[in-house]
Design a protein around this ligand. Structure first.
Ligand SMILES: [Zn+2]
Ligand SMILES: [Zn+2]
Length: 320
């Protein structure tokens, strides 16, 4: 197969046609920077925090954006979180360190061990023992996000760059419509959560229109070393179920994924108008931004019977 733009050997078949190595990387980078521009995801004045797992998505977005950011002398750094998954996250974080080293990007790594006194696996074990109804992935996500937001703010970030891609967003949309709530959909989009919210660092998603397949290929072509296997704790979840349905629809009706996300994007302004109520409070326990009196992380930790070692310093460096 030949590239439909230049005639060289094709590396990927997209709906628009075949693309070779060079045309594909150019196409991918343009899509990412185009999303940043169209949705005004950040300006030169912003300090960017790259929320990095060390996986393909977070590395791909950092690869594209760090060059632009460096050109405009933007302040940026990366944060990685080690929740203690041996043979997986430790390897990813090694990849992340090497990658950040090459980009001369400062990075910071925080661990569940320091924060909660144990690994996510141990926390989950306690949750099971106490009969707390939560999956290991959900628990991990809640506890990671809290450290991420707090440390990004403490280190002076005004925007948090996350690696969510089109596949993730399509799954989340379907999940919210079928099992979650339509209110939650109001928080989606390339820039999620209102900016200027006390203590909450706005999360931006420059890979919003890039698929899993495109992102994986981009990291391969750019020679970025990443682990492609999923987290070993990712068991059969509702997200995987939604992924299966969307993949099947995409195969039978090409364009489903993009249409799902595009249509949701059209709904978001209406949803935000409808559900703008409900102010953001400070968690009475840790001081982090929360929609309830106690944040999700503190609520969960209380149920498990854990008090975090590191107390948050939410008010210390609030910067919006
Ligand atoms: Zn080409
Ligand atoms: Zn809290």
């Amino acid at each position: 197969m030949k590239c439909s733009r230049c005639g060289k050997a094709s590396v990927i078949t997209l709906r628009q046609g075949e693309l070779c190595r060079d045309c594909f990387t150019r196409y991918f980078e343009k899509k990412v920077t185009g999303t940043v521009r169209k949705y005004k995801l950040f300006s030169k004045k912003d300090t960017l925090c790259f929320a990095m797992s060390g996986g393909k998505d977070s590395m791909a977005v950092a690869c594209v954006l760090s060059r632009i950011a460096a050109r405009q002398r933007q302040k940026m750094f990366a944060i990685g979180i080690d929740e203690g998954v041996k043979g997986y996250r430790d390897r990813q974080l090694e990849d992340m360190k090497a990658f950040c080293g090459k980009l001369s990007m400062p990075y910071h790594i925080f661990t569940f061990q320091d924060e909660y006194g144990m690994t996510n696996e141990e926390l989950y074990g306690l949750a099971v023992k106490k009969g707390v109804d939560i999956s290991q992935c959900t628990l991990c996500g809640i506890l990671r996000r809290r450290i991420m937001n707090r440390e990004a703010r403490r280190l002076g970030a005004s925007k948090m760059v996350v690696g969510h891609n089109l596949d993730d967003e399509a799954q989340t949309a379907l999940m919210n419509l079928t099992k979650g709530s339509v209110e939650l959909m109001a928080r989606l989009g390339p820039a999620s959560g209102p900016s200027g919210n006390k203590g909450f660092i706005q999360r931006i998603k420059p890979l919003y229109f890039c698929t899993n397949e495109e992102t994986a290929l981009f990291t391969k072509l750019r020679g970025i070393k990443v682990l492609y296997s999923p987290c070993p704790h990712r068991k059969a979840s509702f997200r995987q179920y939604a992924e299966g349905i969307i993949e099947k629809m995409e195969k039978d009706y090409p364009g489903t994924k993009t249409a799902l996300v595009q249509n949701m994007l059209r709904l978001i302004p209406m949803l935000r108008k409808e559900f703008s109520g409900g102010s953001v409070l400070e968690c009475a326990e840790c001081g982090e931004p929360s929609r309830n009196r106690i944040c999700k992380a503190c609520e969960t930790l209380q149920k498990i019977g854990i008090r975090p070692k590191a107390k948050a310093k939410a008010k210390a460096t609030a910067k919006d």
